[in-house]
Design a protein around this ligand. Structure first.
Ligand code: FMN
Length: 188
């Protein structure tokens, strides 16, 4: 890879023991050389979207910080759980706020999605709901390959907080490699 790529990673779970955060924290080890992956500002402190709040106080600083990180990145990786077959409220709330910004940081931005779940499907269904939301934001979401880490509790070292299952690590590494190529093709 010739160009350095700076990726901001958004975790859709707020939980301390999150399996998705463990997956996210494993990405740097598996990334191709030249790809730097950093966690985005937290989505945990963002107030619930309310148009009155926006009208009275403007955009919260937590959203400005997140939007700036997205705008500055070459690509965004969203690592999220599936809640009731869809997008967790905290993540949807962050995206709803961002959608109100006059300068859209996601517009034309390469985005990739990974999900982890203790269930066998690995959060496959949330990926399609999240893609739908990202369509409105004009994000460029990579279609393939897809990464769903099913039975995730068995594939992590939960003490170390890392993905250890070898096959899963290969899939994740291949996903990151494809994302680098995707950014090279379509990124700004
Ligand atoms: C409100 C709620 C809804 C959930 N819905 C789903 C679901 O639709 N599909 C699924 O695979 N797991 C579902 N789960 C289980 C989560 O995948 C599991 O709690 C997972 O560990 C959450 O991700 P995290 O470990 O990164 O916090 C749900 C959990 C919660 C709390």
């Amino acid at each position: 890879m010739s160009k350095e790529l700076n990726i901001t990673a958004i975790c859709g779970s707020l939980r301390v023991g999150s399996l998705n955060r463990m997956l996210m924290n494993s990405l740097q080890d598996l990334a191709p050389s030249g790809m730097e992956i950093t966690e985005s500002p937290s989505i945990g402190d963002i107030p619930l979207f309310n148009g009155d709040l926006l009208a009275a106080d403007g955009v919260p600083t937590s959203i400005t910080a997140l939007a700036d990180a997205v705008a500055a990145a070459d690509g965004v990786m969203i690592v999220t759980p599936e809640y009731n077959f869809s997008v967790p409220g905290a993540l949807k709330n962050a995206l709803d706020w961002i959608s109100r910004l006059p300068d859209q940081p996601f517009a034309g931005k390469p985005v990739a999605i990974q999900t982890a779940s203790p269930g066998p499907l690995g959060g496959a269904r949330v990926q399609y709901h999240l893609r739908q939301v990202l369509v409105f934001l004009d994000a460029m979401v990579m279609s393939k390959p897809e990464v769903f880490v099913g039975l995730a509790g068995q594939r992590m070292d939960t003490d170390e907080g890392r993905l250890v299952d070898e096959d899963s690590r290969k899939f994740v590494a291949a996903h990151l490699q494809s994302f680098a190529a995707y950014i090279g093709r379509y990124g700004g």
